[in-house]
Design a binder for this molecule. Structure first.
Ligand SMILES: [Zn+2]
Length: 227
């Protein structure tokens, strides 16, 4: 594809407008459209301006909430999990494995490797511009429409370590596991256990100090009532 030959992954192109002669002859074309010398092409990133061929379907999805992150984006993956977003991350995963997980589990690929995003099997993906994890997180939330009222953000519902869902458990169920933490058992009464790796979470240590990060990431006040 000509656009990718210029270093722009197809996942970053939301609209391509072909025009020939007068402006009212403009029409949208897809990524596989054969280039013709007499036709001028304009490309628009995500999201394409609403006032440009507003009836034309856009090439990229606007909303997505399942991800696979490459091995350099561990802190981003952890932030997304903190927000309750289903995010696969394995530090040593090879490109081939990332693409396989992306395709078989219908996830959007998050990577700063633009060449990987250019792979033809990639349907949905994003390259964070920032090198800073909190800014990367805000970028991903913005790109995929994961706003406070989107219904997709559910802080403290997913394990930060393994991505599995957390389940509320009674205090009696964790007494043995936390026998070395007498102060925790004295002062906390709500516990959650990871349905994947079994890690125990409770408000004081694991959740409370993350509230400020959540506020910085989303600026959503109402989300901080995990219930
Ligand atoms: Zn876990």
């Amino acid at each position: 594809m000509v656009i990718e030959a210029c270093g722009v992954p197809h996942t970053e192109v939301d609209l391509i407008v072909a025009s020939q002669g007068r402006r009212d002859e403009r029409h949208a074309v897809d990524l596989g459209w054969p280039v013709q010398m007499s036709v001028q092409l304009e490309t628009f990133g995500v999201p394409a301006p609403a006032n440009v061929l507003s009836q034309a379907p856009r090439l990229q999805v606007r909303h997505w909430s399942r991800f696979v992150a490459d091995g350099h984006l561990g802190k981003l993956a952890r932030n997304l999990r903190l927000l309750g977003l289903d995010t696969v991350y394995e530090r040593d995963a090879e490109d081939r494995q990332l693409l396989e997980i992306m395709a078989t589990e219908n996830r959007a690929l998050l990577t700063r490797d633009r060449r990987l995003l250019m792979h033809s099997v990639v349907r949905h993906g994003y390259c964070p511009r920032s090198a800073e994890p909190e800014e990367q997180t805000r970028e991903v939330l913005g790109r995929f429409g994961l706003t406070c009222d989107s219904g997709h953000l559910a802080p403290y519902t997913r394990c930060l370590r393994c991505n599995a869902l957390l389940q509320s458990v009674s205090k009696s169920a964790v007494l043995d596991l936390l026998s070395g933490e007498p102060l925790t058992l004295r002062y906390y009464h709500e516990f959650r256990r990871c349905t994947g790796c079994g890690r125990i979470y409770w408000p004081g240590t694991h959740f409370g100090k993350l509230d400020s990060r959540l506020r910085r990431l989303t600026r959503c006040v109402d989300l901080l009532n995990p219930g």
